[in-house]
Ligand binder design. Structure first.
Ligand SMILES: NCc1[nH]cc(CCC(=O)O)c1CC(=O)O
Length: 305
């Protein structure tokens, strides 16, 4: 009986996500043993600068991909929003399990909602998308850079460096930190990052056994939704320097895609919502509409959250 090796980053979030997927896999791969292979990635080393400045979120993924490609590991679990469009040659996303809550959360020190924060209050986030969403609703607030893992961010809030911070509901939920959340920010105001709340399980494309187990834990609705979101992102080719988000969900038998793009300074934005049957065609149609409305002037190459 085979033992499957699962590459994982060491952060608490990466470990809970990996363990969650291993539990799903144990139900469909009876008798198979799983062994974690902890890996330190370049993305984990950089905590003092915005990822958009240093080469993007792909830094979290590249070193993990190396481990799978060389056979040091057989699979790995990523936050889907960190996974670049182009995977390493020979690797594939074998599973997209059911998505967690895709929304952003406001965590404020004194329990105020976004509308209740006093003018000039300091908000921590390094995501250009979140900065633009804040600016759209509360241009009077001060937004400052905040990076690091979830614990680090919550600590810096508690220490008083910020009045509030914005992070993904899914990360907090996976760490059992839901009680920290002050406000669940609605998706039409904070359009989530492409793939936010979803996981991607990557493996070698020619590993038939692993591919079979992964197919069995994949969620069709989530897979279709992130296909539309990623098709949108790929078509607009948004750069790290441009605020961008897209969120799709099933509505009856169709898919509804909402996309958001702002200019690099986050002062102007375009938001488009369309419904369709085919995920990729929908993503492309929404991208073309966003570009037609003027986003093409803001965009050049990559992505950023
Ligand atoms: N930006 C980093 C990142 N990558 C994945 C998550 C967790 C959210 C998810 O599962 O999509 C986070 C933290 C955050 O955005 O607050």
């Amino acid at each position: 009986m085979r033992t499957l090796r699962v590459a994982t980053r060491r952060s608490a979030l990466a470990l809970t996500q990996t363990n969650h997927v291993v539990e799903l896999l144990k139900r469909v791969a009876r008798g198979v043993e799983f062994e974690l292979v902890p890996i330190r990635t370049r993305g984990d080393e950089i905590v003092d600068r915005a990822l958009s400045e240093v080469g993007g979120k792909g830094l979290f993924v590249a070193d993990i991909e190396q481990a799978i490609a060389t056979g040091q590991a057989d699979l790995a679990v990523h936050s889907l929003k960190d996974v670049p469009f182009e995977l390493r040659e020979g690797l594939t996303i074998g599973a997209v399990p059911r998505r967690e809550d895709p929304r952003d959360a406001l965590v404020s020190r004194a329990g105020q909602m976004l509308v209740e924060l006093p003018p000039g209050a300091r908000i921590g986030t390094s995501s250009l998308r979140r900065q633009a969403a804040i600016r759209r609703l509360r241009p009077d607030l001060r937004v400052d850079t905040l990076r690091g893992n979830i614990d680090t961010r919550l600590r810096r809030l508690a220490e008083g460096q910020f009045d509030a911070i914005v992070l993904a509901v899914s990360g907090l939920h996976r760490l059992g930190l839901d009680d920290k959340i002050t406000e669940y920010l609605p998706v039409h105001q904070f359009v989530p990052a492409v793939g936010q709340g979803a996981l991607a399980v990557e493996c070698r494309a020619d590993d038939d056994e692993v591919m079979r187990y992964l197919a069995a834990i994949s969620d069709p609705d989530t897979t279709r939704a992130v296909e539309a979101e990623r098709a949108f992102l790929s078509r607009v080719e948004g750069s790290c320097q441009v605020p961008i988000g897209a969120y799709a969900e099933r509505v009856g038998h169709q898919l509804r895609l909402t996309a958001f793009v702002a200019d690099p300074s986050g002062t102007q934005h375009i938001q488009v919502e369309q419904t369709g049957d085919h995920p990729r065609a929908l993503g492309v149609a929404v991208a073309d509409e966003v570009l037609r409305q003027g986003a093409d002037a803001w965009l050049k190459a990559g992505q950023g959250d």
